[in-house]
Design a protein around this ligand. Structure first.
Ligand code: UDP
Length: 457
């Protein structure tokens, strides 16, 4: 059966607004598969009801009682065309009182869409409330080139509410300053997300300059990527990787800031044990555990089965991530989807096990999904702090994703091959004549033109 679109119309209380909106409602209802509900009051319905009765379309008029007694207006005075100047403020009060019953009715009707008069500004709040009924329900993000679904719980707090505090203030200021800037430089690659770059330009009215990956452009991987440049000796984890089979090791690192609870570390350990996969796992010093506290989270069998027999290695502190990702033993990267980590993995051709934690990381995970270069572990909650204590990704989910990528299967093969294609695309982009190279050339030319008024030197 064809799906029916249910649209609720909420007209304002003056004929010049009400009649056009009701006409839109009638036009909608004249099309196949559209059901229309109009919300108004008893006396306001008299303005248009007769025209609707005759149409025989799917139009339902819901008439609420105007709070005449509450505001002290005579019965039947519910519209700006019938009030005296002195009654005007009473009508405004009545309309304000109607908000709650109207909201309740819209929620009860649960339409697919609300078409409201601009004066009834609160309808956007109801629309927002109706968009998803729970934090864990998936919704489609409209207007994107790909079919991208997310859950409310995966969105950063400032998308859902108006959070306070220095971090959110900074985010607000960034957003405000963006349209006032000449242009934006992006650490990404046009060839990977050209349709999104085009969309950005269409929405923002400015050309985005995609000149990444910056780390690769600047050949950072050739220099030491230790934080301490004085330490030049090879990190011991690289020697350990030398002893492993090609593509056999899952590299697990959640960036520089995320801190997991003991309970979450245990789930990861159990998953690694159950999937029987080799791993190189960076456990942050900041994780809510200490080396000598391993007994708090490490399952008893894990140490013997996975660590003592060299199946896996746990390292603490800072590791040379670029060198690790480019080591032939690495078969997958379990990542928190920090943008640098994503770019580094894509450039190394390493498929990802995506586990976003906070900020924009859930969006980054979607890019990996669109590119087909990874498998999600099933993270559901975007955190507002670096301490990840409240939500646990279960062992079963982690285990399933590790197995999906590390065991031989069609899915694993396709993902690996996509990762290699993406690596090649990125490496081409930074070469002379590639998209990132050309974007930088064009940006500098445009700036010169802007400053000197000519393209010539
Ligand atoms: N990194 C590293 N060694 C570590 C942890 C992180 O070299 O032990 C680097 C990693 O290569 C990346 C950056 O730190 O360049 C982390 O940035 P990202 O955007 O991925 O995440 P964030 O730390 O900002 O959450």
């Amino acid at each position: 059966m064809a799906k029916e679109l249910h649209v609720v119309f909420v007209p304002y209380f003056t004929p010049s607004h009400m009649i056009p909106l009701v006409n839109i409602a009638r036009l909608f209802a004249s099309r196949h598969g559209v059901k229309v509900s109009i919300i108004t009051t008893h006396y306001n319905a008299l303005f248009f009801e007769s025209s609707i009765d005759e149409s025989g379309q799917q139009i339902f008029v819901h008439k609420l009682k105007f709070p005449s007694d509450e505001v002290g207006l005579p019965q039947g005075i519910e519209n700006f065309s019938s009030v005296t100047a002195s009654e005007m403020s009473l009508l405004f009060m009545g309309i304000a009182l109607l908000q709650k019953p109207m909201e309740d009715l819209i929620v009860e009707l649960s339409p697919h869409c609300i078409v409201s008069d601009v004066c009834l500004t609160w309808t956007v709040d109801v629309a927002e409330q109706l968009k998803v009924s729970s934090d864990s329900e998936s919704f489609l993000i409209p207007g994107l080139p790909n079919k991208i679904e997310m859950k409310r719980s995966q969105l950063p707090e400032n998308i859902k509410t108006n959070p306070e505090g220095p971090y959110w203030e900074m985010m607000k200021r960034i957003k405000e300053s963006e349209p006032r800037s000449y242009a934006m430089i992006h650490d990404t690659i046009y060839d990977l997300e050209s349709t999104y770059a085009e969309l950005y330009q269409k929405i923002k009215g400015k050309k985005p300059w995609l000149i990444g990956p910056l780390f690769y452009f600047s050949k950072r991987e050739e220099s030491s990527n230790s934080r301490n440049t004085a330490v030049q000796e090879r990190h011991s984890c690289l020697s350990w990787l030398d002893s492993q089979e090609p593509n056999s090791v899952v590299y697990i690192c959640f960036g520089s800031m995320g801190r997991f609870s003991d309970a979450q570390l245990t789930e990861i350990a159990l998953a690694l044990e159950a999937s029987d996969s080799s791993f190189l796992w960076v456990v942050r010093n900041g994780d809510k555990t200490q080396e000598n506290d391993q007994k708090n989270w490490m399952p008893t069998s894990f140490k013997g089965k996975m660590l003592t027999n060299n199946k896996g290695l746990i390292v603490r502190g800072w590791v040379p991530q670029l060198k690790i990702l480019n080591h032939p033993a690495i078969g997958a990267f379990m990542t928190h989807c920090g943008w640098n980590s994503i770019l580094e993995s894509l450039t190394a051709g390493v498929p990802m096990l995506t586990w976003p934690l906070f900020a924009e990381q859930f969006y980054n995970e979607k890019l990996v999904e669109v590119l087909g270069c990874g498998v999600g572990v099933g993270a559901e909650v975007c955190h507002s702090t670096f301490d990840i204590t409240d939500t646990i990704v279960k062992k079963e989910n982690i285990e399933a994703s590790v197995k999906m990528l590390m065991n031989a299967s069609k899915k694993s093969e396709t993902t690996r091959s996509r990762a290699k294609d993406v690596e090649a695309t990125i490496k081409r982009a930074v070469e002379k004549g590639g998209s990132s190279y050309n974007h930088l050339t064009a940006l500098i030319a445009e700036l010169k033109c802007h400053v000197f008024g000519t393209l010539k030197e």
